[in-house]
Design a protein around this ligand. Structure first.
Ligand code: ADP
Ligand code: ASP
Ligand code: MG
Length: 412
């Protein structure tokens, strides 16, 4: 008998008949003797619908973020109630909980809060009483009891956080694909479902844009050693297990390709090449809570530099407004930007012991006449920024060239 946390994503609970199927899965796990704690997302595209309403209001000041959280969190509240009712109808005791009712405590950063603590009292009492707790994903409360949300896709993180505090045997993320693939199977036809992948690789893939798991969920799982399994809500296959690296197993050079369109690039041109400039440019940006991703600075012959960095596309306008002020203060020539870029990354722990992957990647992209605008590397990943319109072509070409559809095909 195991303790399982089972999380069901939006597509899996898109209608009452979908919810009925989910309830049957939960009941089947109970029938096998397991204790189950459930986390759910909003139904279908409900969070997008709510987000679109907020955008219609067209008010983006900082104080709007508190209200956006109140709005977006309603989606999950609908699902917890419906699933609990369906479970009860099918004879399985169940009880719904919002983030506040459990007391999933987060910090104050509305729309992108971090989970700090999870109380387990209600959950343990329910498990003891053979009741299935059905918890709203994606939401929590801050110290003052105000509703917060933890970033789009965050229900995965809620599930792993619950699994961590309850010391569950496995956190099962049920979704609309069979598991974690070598790349997004909706974009690249030959993508292959992986049997297992390391926390380290999954963390890179998730934070570089593979939507299949929220990156903070993988971070938590690795920190608290919670095995995650990603599997289909509709199929019966074993899915993908995410665990520690097995030193006995040979690792493929590349495990997967991640990409994201959620990027924008800003450049301050003609900046004086003197100490302290980077912090004077990026300080005000980070003070506004805008995360900076890649940074490139190069010195021209006349001792001035161009300073380029990327931010989330949603933050582009705010970052641009800040930079225009900064540029005046530091006497820079001008600010330019491009929000039609994409970032594509190759990820694999096998890269540690294989040189030349980057050169090979650049050669393949050059053959397709795809220009690389920025590059960043770490021990197990290579990322490039390219024009958004070439993203799919780049992903397909690299997937084929690195033979990712063939198991261990890229070892050579
Ligand atoms: P859920 O609503 O269940 O949380 P998501 O839409 O957040 O589901 O995540 C599942 C989607 O992630 C898939 O439909 C797929 O298009 C996308 N995806 C991106 N990269 C990958 C990958 N490497 N493996 C599997 N799915 C991926
Ligand atoms: N419903 C939220 C979203 O669509 C959270 C989640 O599904 O994980 O982003
Ligand atoms: Mg998701």
């Amino acid at each position: 008998m195991a303790l399982l946390v089972q999380k069901f994503g939006g597509t899996s609970v898109a209608s009452v008949s979908h919810i009925q199927k989910v309830a049957e899965r939960i009941i089947a796990a109970k029938a096998e003797g397991h204790d189950v704690v459930v986390v759910v997302s909003a139904m279908g595209e409900q969070t997008d619908t709510l987000d679109a309403l907020a955008r219609e209001v067209d008010f983006y000041e900082r104080e709007a973020r508190r209200e956006i959280d109140v709005l977006l969190s309603t989606g999950e509240q609908v699902t917890i109630a419906l699933l609990s009712m369906v479970l009860m109808k099918l004879g399985c005791a169940a009880k719904s909980y919002t983030g506040g009712q459990i007391r999933i405590l987060t910090d104050d950063a509305h729309t992108r809060a971090r989970i700090l603590e999870v109380e387990t009292q209600n959950l343990r009492a329910d498990i003891e009483a053979n009741i299935v707790p059905v918890v709203a994903g994606f939401q929590g409360v801050n110290e003052r009891g105000e509703i917060t949300t933890i970033g789009r896709g965050g229900s995965d993180t809620t599930a792993v956080a619950l699994a961590a505090v309850l010391k569950a045997d496995e956190c099962q993320i049920f979704t609309d694909v069979e598991g974690v693939f070598t790349t997004d199977p909706r974009i690249v036809e030959g993508a292959r479902c992986l049997e297992r992948i390391t926390f380290e690789e999954m963390l890179e893939l998730a934070s570089l844009g593979s939507r299949v798991l929220h990156s903070r969920a993988v971070e938590f799982a690795s920190k608290y050693q919670v095995p995650i399994r990603v599997l289909s809500s509709f199929g019966q296959s074993a899915g993908t297990l995410i665990t520690n690296e097995d030193p006995k197993m040979e690792q493929p050079v590349i495990s997967g390709i991640a990409f994201t369109r959620d990027e924008a690039k800003l450049t301050v041109l003609g900046v004086k090449d003197i100490p302290g400039i980077a912090s004077r440019i990026l300080g005000p940006v980070s003070d506004a809570n805008i995360e900076v991703d890649m940074i490139v600075q190069n010195v021209a012959a006349d001792k001035s530099t161009d300073f380029t960095f990327t931010v989330r596309r949603d933050d582009y306008q705010e970052a641009m407004d800040i930079l225009k002020k900064v540029a005046k203060d530091i006497d820079a020539r001008e600010v330019s930007g491009d929000n039609k870029i994409a970032k594509l990354s190759l990820v694999g722990v096998g890269m540690r012991s294989h040189a030349g992957v980057a050169t090979r990647m650049f050669r393949i992209l050059a053959k397709e006449s795809i220009n690389i605008q920025m590059i960043s590397t770490s021990e197990i990943k290579i990322s490039v920024v390219i024009d958004e319109k070439y993203l799919e072509l780049a992903a397909r070409t690299l997937h084929t060239a690195f033979e990712l559809s063939v198991e261990n095909g890229n070892l050579a």
